[in-house]
Write a protein that binds this ligand. Structure first.
Ligand code: URA
Ligand code: CA
Length: 433
């Protein structure tokens, strides 16, 4: 087989066979196919699209390009959750113990934050003693015993995706639905998931700013997952403003504790129940989404969810007493208020800009190797739809430096205050299965 023929075939709009896709991905992974040929194919794929069968074959070829996590000695259906990314998205910290509390095995591999988005592993490291590295055997044993363990990414997962994603980044081929969908799904499948719940974000702070694009991406990922034998559903949710109130590592751990106690922010609580009930249902622990939801509500009210969080923390060496005394979490030296510049209603909060403001305080990494300050971040006092008076606090800054003038300016620019009360912001736009 010759790469030039495969490129020509796709350029002319024909579907590639499984053998051709396997040839391309194996050859590109082991450096037999050069970047210039792969770039030409990526551009052809961008314009000519792929059939569902091609997308499944591409995904599985990338899964098979490296290590695959074996979770087969964990009992039950392992359901993973993936979010397409957002600002202040604390859902994993809440969902993992919440669904584990009703018997769903959670064997989760999580990442660190980069740029203005946070990572679950960094958040967990704000708990004294917590170990994010576990060997495979210990990890599986913990999930069998407690139904929950979370580890940092390790091993050589989907090297083909890593290489292709970097290439797409510099050849204007990132924004292609078949390429994004296969990239995300290959990582989930290689991590060992039997079933997958996707949280596809839409809005100003999301990768897919328009609802129609988010729906198309969600549909593409669901088709790939189901085509690869992994029961998959997608929830489309709002990222027109940050989720919850807290943005920053220790601040989000505190917010997760509040939510597991049943007094978290309304939007975060609701999204966790929506995603969580889909996970419980896919794990076959409930006969309907409604039943799954009431099981989760009961786990919060009865205290089972927060107890599970404590068990999870202490099993991985963490100090579980932070749950009853969150003042033991890292705290910043200064707290300052950002004030509203006019009377009216909050009509928009640009999530990306809020994320950048939090990174400026040290909550996020500027490069892969920079260290982050776990204590710092922002707590939103006002969200979209809230009335405000000039001079009232809209955001509390938690900082370890006294001069935060730039951060205040950034936050004031991210907030829009209007005289008219805005239309209600939706949280969930639909479920695709
Ligand atoms: N995130 C991914 O993991 N892959 C893409 O292609 C785009 C976003
Ligand atoms: Ca949050």
């Amino acid at each position: 087989m010759r790469m030039v023929d495969v490129i020509a075939k796709k350029r002319d709009g024909q579907a590639l066979t499984k053998e051709e896709i396997d040839f391309v991905i194996a050859g590109y992974t082991n450096d037999e196919i050069p970047d210039y040929q792969m770039s030409a194919l990526a551009m052809a794929l961008y314009f000519q699209d792929m059939t569902t069968e091609e997308r499944v074959n591409l995904t599985m070829a990338m899964v098979e390009s490296g290590d695959q996590i074996n979770l087969s000695d964990i009992d039950g259906i392992k359901v993973d959750k993936h979010s397409t990314g957002g600002v202040g998205d604390t859902t994993t910290l809440i969902l993992a113990p919440l669904v584990a509390a009703v018997g769903v095995p959670v064997a989760k591999m999580s990442g660190r934050g980069l740029g203005h988005t946070g990572g679950t592993i960094d958040k967990l490291e704000s708990i004294e003693g917590f170990q994010v590295e576990l060997d495979g055997k210990t990890f599986n044993q913990l999930v069998n015993k407690n139904k929950i363990a979370v580890v940092g990414q390790s091993g050589n997962l989907t090297p083909a995706d890593k290489k292709l994603y970097s290439l797409r980044d510099v050849t204007a081929t990132v924004n292609s639905i078949p390429l994004i969908a296969s990239s995300i799904m290959s990582k989930k499948i290689a991590s060992g998931a039997d079933a997958i719940v996707l949280d596809v974000k839409t809005g100003s702070g999301a990768f897919m700013k328009e609802l129609d694009d988010a729906k198309a991406l969600a549909k593409a990922m669901v088709q790939i997952g189901n085509g690869a034998g992994r029961n998959t559903i997608a929830v489309i949710s709002d990222m027109n403003q940050p989720l919850g109130f807290a943005i920053g590592n220790a601040l989000e751990v505190k917010e997760a504790i509040d939510t597991l106690h049943g007094h978290g922010p309304a939007d975060l609580h609701e999204l966790c129940l929506t995603l969580g009930s889909q996970m419980v249902y896919l794990a076959n622990k409930a006969n309907s989404i409604e039943e799954a939801r009431s099981m989760l509500e009961d786990a919060i009210q009865s205290g089972k969810a927060i107890e599970k969080f404590k068990t999870f923390l202490s099993s991985q060496g963490g100090d579980a007493s932070v749950v009853d005394d969150p003042t033991k979490l890292p705290t910043a030296a200064y707290q300052m208020e950002v004030k509203a510049t006019a009377d009216g209603y909050i009509s928009d909060i640009i999530a990306d800009e809020i994320g950048i403001a939090a990174s400026m305080l040290g909550a996020g990494r500027i490069t892969k190797d920079s260290t982050i300050d776990l204590a710092v971040g922002l707590v939103l006092q006002k969200k979209v739809g809230d009335p405000v008076k000039e001079g009232e606090s809209i955001v509390t800054i938690h900082s370890n430096k006294a001069d935060v003038a730039e951060v205040i300016e950034k936050i004031q620019q991210a907030y829009t205050i209007t005289e008219q009360e805005p239309a209600e912001n939706r949280l969930v736009y639909g479920v695709i299965d």
